[in-house]
Design a binder for this molecule. Sequence first.
Ligand SMILES: *C/C=C(C)/C=C/C=C(C)/C=C/C1=C(C)CCCC1(C)C
Length: 257
Amino acid sequence: MHLPAELSAGQFQLVYNMLSLAIAAMIASFAFFVMARQQLTAKYRPAMVMSSLVVLIAAYHYWRIFNSWDAAYALSASGSYAASGKPFNDAYRYVDWLLTVPLLVAELVAVLALPKGHRGPLMAKLVIASALMIMLGYPGEISSETGPRIGWGLASTVPFLYILWVLYSELGKAAADNSGETKVLLRNTQLLLLATWGFYPIAYLLPVLGISGASSVIAVQIGYSISDIAAKCGYGVMIYAIARAKMSAEGVEEVAS
Ligand SMILES: *C/C=C(C)/C=C/C=C(C)/C=C/C1=C(C)CCCC1(C)C
């Protein structure tokens, strides 16, 4: 995306601080998921390992995005920030998604504990759809024209809707098969999935919704950062809660460490 030549100090710092918050959230979640894994029985541990990997990968990429943002602008004598000429690298975000989205999908499939014959083919379809969704979105993301942004965005929405539909209905089936706390948590995860994943295409569309120039670059960065914290950290905590609730339902309260 085309970077504005100048930002006010407030605009520059809003993105700077948001990216910094995302790094902190990812690192803290990593520590939490590593420790939380020990509170789970063997069956649920792979889901926690995947949660840890997701936030570790994201912490690394946010650190790179943060440095790239910092290098793309320099404080000028007037107190505003001027583009330094170094490009702001948006590819880190897409590479991050290419790695973390399949892991998030796998995390959910793992905690649902589906029958073996069903799990493999489901995972394969979802991983392919995730890769397609992200690869089709990228050319639109880096375009500053409306046409390509909408065109690639629509193409990316096809696999996106497929993934949402499959995950939503698998969660629904699992909720119907469970009772009590597990059922409630599975229902809430359905909502969390729609609320967090649904936010990405909205953030992507902001530049074509009449928000122009500097504001659109800022809105996209803030939007994606908030979505990532909710979809990676929040989702991981939810998966942990589901695993704990399922353990209680199975009569296991504590895990001997
Ligand atoms: C941790 C990162 C996550 C969960 C990323 C999710 C990303 C999406 C759901 C992106 C979706 C997009 C569309 C549906 C259309 C426009 C292009 C994208 C890639 C922003």
